[in-house]
Design a protein around this ligand. Structure first.
Ligand SMILES: [Zn+2]
Length: 388
């Protein structure tokens, strides 16, 4: 069964070989799909015949968004903490422990329903790939079940047992790191593709972070790091040292950090929803891009510091607040996210790629930033299937 999307006013392929600029834009385009993959891309007048079709009515079509950083396995919410912060209280990350208590008390079904609800919410806004972290269980059993549930929704699951030191280990963080590196990792690894650490003052220092990431790597997991969010620190350099796929947040960077990122394969994943929701200064995307770093955008969807699942919102923030061009932001939210997950099958619309795409209710990708807060995603296709 083949499917043709035709009458596309502006097709963003992210393949400069077939279209204009870094987004590889093809105008008056069509795209055909078979067996969940992109089969053909080009000018509409050259389109092949297909069994079924959809008229895009001159609108823009983009690769589905790739949200490479999300914390969806949790229970409860922290709306009152958000309100307190907006009334002037600083964000310290301490609220994570409240979510840990609620998550431990929840049943598997409660956690699963919450992930399903958020996954659906993201999909309707055009997110066709999402990474999901554990990190609100912080016991062997709770981290393992978090990842088991996450695995039902994505192949990109991340073990984040080193999110914070849980309350019962406050006076003996070394013991907690031993637990994470030993029994917790052994139990969680079969359900994870990645290992991640919150490398930050008040969470895990460079030595603890390196120990955890290194044993994760030895267990076959790829590395990602929560780095330099709340202040300067060793996270970014550690990420580069360990050839992490991504260093996430990158809000407080030195020249050395930027040089290290620019000379590496590690993507700088920026999460402007977190700065928005904690009323903090945004990362300097311009400095990263001008240095030649690969930049991704993701939501950081979590109940404390960034409770948004909307990639279009993050694109709008990146353009307005971080001086990214609309094209840079769209690339970062699609191809950039794919790079941050070291995947070549998503984030672009070329022959053989996953048929993951969004059809906007707008003539151009520019409208994602130009019309902030407006639901512009008209249709979403995931693995060749139009989401009803
Ligand atoms: Zn995070």
């Amino acid at each position: 069964m083949s499917f043709l999307v035709t009458n596309i006013g502006e097709l963003v392929t992210n393949n400069p070989a077939v279209g204009e600029g870094p987004l590889g834009i093809v105008r008056d385009a069509a795209l055909s799909v078979a067996d969940g993959r992109v089969e053909w891309v080009g000018r509409a007048r050259h389109a092949p015949a297909a069994d079924r079709g959809l008229d895009a009515e001159g609108c823009a079509v983009l690769p589905g968004f790739v949200d490479s950083h999300a914390h969806l396995v949790f229970a409860g919410d922290r709306a009152t903490e958000f309100a307190a912060r907006m009334a002037g209280e600083p964000y310290t990350g301490g609220g994570i422990r409240r979510t840990v208590s609620a998550t431990r008390a929840a049943t598997d079904d409660e956690l699963r329903e919450n992930v399903a609800r958020l996954r659906e919410e993201a999909l309707r806004q055009g997110t066709t790939t999402i990474e999901i972290k554990s990190g609100y269980g912080l016991t062997v059993a709770d981290e393992t079940r978090s990842l088991r549930i996450a695995r039902e929704f994505t192949q990109d699951t991340t073990f984040l047992g080193a999110h914070v030191v849980p309350a019962e280990f406050t006076d003996r963080p070394d013991d907690y790191v031993s637990l994470v590196c030993g029994p917790m990792l052994r139990s969680a690894a079969p359900f994870a593709r990645w290992v991640d650490v919150f490398c930050e003052r008040g969470a895990f220092d460079a030595d603890h972070s390196r120990a955890i990431l290194t044993v994760g790597q030895a267990a076959g997991l790829g590395v990602r790091v929560h780095a330099n969010q709340l202040g300067p620190g060793p996270g970014v350099r550690l990420a580069v040292e360990l050839d992490a796929a991504s260093a996430d947040h990158c809000t407080h960077l030195s020249d050395v950090d930027i040089e290290a990122l620019a000379g590496s394969k590690t993507v700088a994943t920026l999460l402007p929803g977190a700065e928005f929701s904690t009323r903090s200064p945004y990362p300097d995307a311009r400095r990263l891009l001008d240095a030649g770093t690969t930049v991704a955008l993701a939501t950081d969807c979590n109940p404390g510091s960034s409770f948004t699942s909307s990639m279009p919102f993050c694109i709008a923030l990146a353009v307005r607040e971080m001086r990214m061009t609309p094209a840079e932001a769209v690339w970062a939210a699609t191809a950039g996210g794919a790079r941050a997950l070291r995947r070549t099958d998503i984030g672009q619309l070329r022959t053989g790629a996953a048929a993951d795409l969004v059809i906007l209710d707008a003539p151009s990708h520019l409208h994602l930033a130009y019309r902030p807060g407006v639901p512009l995603v008209r249709h979403v296709m995931h693995n060749g299937v139009l989401i009803p």
